[in-house]
Write a protein that binds this ligand. Structure first.
Ligand SMILES: *Cc1c(COP(=O)(O)O)cnc(C)c1O
Length: 382
């Protein structure tokens, strides 16, 4: 089924919610007895927060994870009642809103658990937190002496009845290299951190560390919950080890556009800004109305793959703000014909992974940035 463009749209994102449900189900099976948290930060990696959250919950997820509190509050405003964890906050965050909306908060530092406790006191009800320990990523977790300091503060606030320490979490350094020795070292450091928490008198119920790569390839990493993101969207976190298909994942996002104009040009015609591409014979050029304002990486100039009329071509010359050009040779292409940039790959079209390779990045960035002005169409809406 080809999605029809709404209004005057010339390019669009189609998100297959059945694929999200399927991928959630695959991940749930991988997780065994552990719960499945669907990571829906970054507007669900560019797929759309609210519809994806619903589909992930349909597919077996029981928790939702976001980076920013605002994303968590949007879920609540949309009527989502599942447990939601938000894990990245700066001083000044409105934790009153988190407590009021029953959003759980991951805290890496004493300043933050204190701020959450203040909000809980004001609300007159305990706030639920997860303690975030740094096991080597050196990013947003409690590092070195910050960890025992956080445990001491947490135990005190829990004894006071203002804070309920429900969870403890950490995050892997290597999302794409499960054989790296740091993976085991982080598992050991996390097990120690769990022991530290128990010794501090905390009875932590939800211990979690596994991202997509660990969920799909790791052993003994699931603990009480797994937190996959990219795999939920059907993309392989470890493209060097296995493709989406190898993991039985279905890419959920398709991006396509309609040709605005086709023209015959002679050999020697320079194409697009800077004429970095020059035709080598008489040929047909098509203009595709989607560009870097829509999230198409300019670094894929001359390299990004597309499918037209069942055949593969690449972007010819520079990607512009709103459009790019493709040399399709003698293929008969007419205005309005469909150009697929990427999709599930099931019909021979390129995938987000192919675009990642063309642009020198990872598939996360390709889908995650496709959230600008393009209309999103949902299939498989229940
Ligand atoms: C983004 C994120 C995830 C999900 O990572 P994937 O590699 O997309 O599976 C899990 N946990 C945390 C803390 C994250 O920031």
């Amino acid at each position: 089924m080809t999605a029809q463009p709404p209004g005057d749209a010339t390019a669009r994102i189609t998100v297959d919610l059945d694929a999200i449900r399927h991928n959630a189900d695959v991940l749930k099976r991988r997780a065994g007895d552990a719960e499945l948290m669907a990571v829906v930060k970054g507007d669900a990696y560019g797929h759309g927060l609210i519809p994806v959250a619903g589909a992930a919950l349909d597919g077996g997820a029981t928790w939702l994870g976001v980076a920013q509190l605002r994303e968590a509050l949007q879920l609540r405003e949309a009527g989502v009642t599942a447990p939601v964890l938000s894990w990245l906050h700066a001083p000044g965050t409105d934790f009153d809103a988190a407590v009021a909306a029953d959003v759980q908060v991951a805290v890496p530092h004493v300043w933050e658990i204190d701020a959450v406790a203040e909000a809980a006191r004001r609300a007159g009800k305990p706030a639920t937190v997860h303690l975030k320990v740094d096991t080597g990523l050196a990013r947003n977790g409690a590092y070195g002496p910050q960890w025992p300091e956080l445990l001491t503060a947490a135990a005190k606030l829990q004894a006071e009845g203002v804070i309920d320490v429900a969870g403890i979490m950490t995050h892997f350094i290597f999302a794409d290299s499960p054989q790296h020795p740091s993976v085991l070292a982080q598992q050991e450091a996390f097990a120690q951190a769990v022991k530290d928490a128990e010794q501090a008198g905390l009875d932590v119920r939800v211990r979690h560390m596994a991202n997509s790569a660990a969920t799909l390839t790791g052993s003994d990493v699931a603990w009480d919950m797994v937190r996959p993101g990219i795999a939920l969207y059907g993309l392989s976190p470890v493209p060097d080890i296995g493709s989406s298909r190898d993991f039985d994942l279905v890419p959920a996002m398709t991006v396509d556009a309609n040709v605005t104009i086709a023209k015959r040009v002679p050999g020697g015609q320079g194409v697009s800004y800077g004429h970095t591409y020059v035709t080598d014979r008489e040929t047909t050029l098509i203009d595709v109305p989607i560009g870097y304002s829509d999230g198409i990486p300019r670094s894929a100039s001359g390299k990004g793959p597309v499918q037209v009329g069942g055949q593969r071509f690449t972007v010819s010359g520079r990607v512009c703000m709103d459009q790019f050009v493709v040399d399709v040779g003698d293929l008969p292409v007419a205005e309005g014909d469909r150009v697929v940039l990427f999709g599930s790959g099931e019909n021979g079209e390129p995938t987000a992974q192919d675009w990642a390779e063309a642009a020198g990045t990872i598939s996360y960035e390709i889908v995650g940035r496709m959230s600008g002005r393009l209309p999103r169409i949902y299939r498989g809406q229940s």
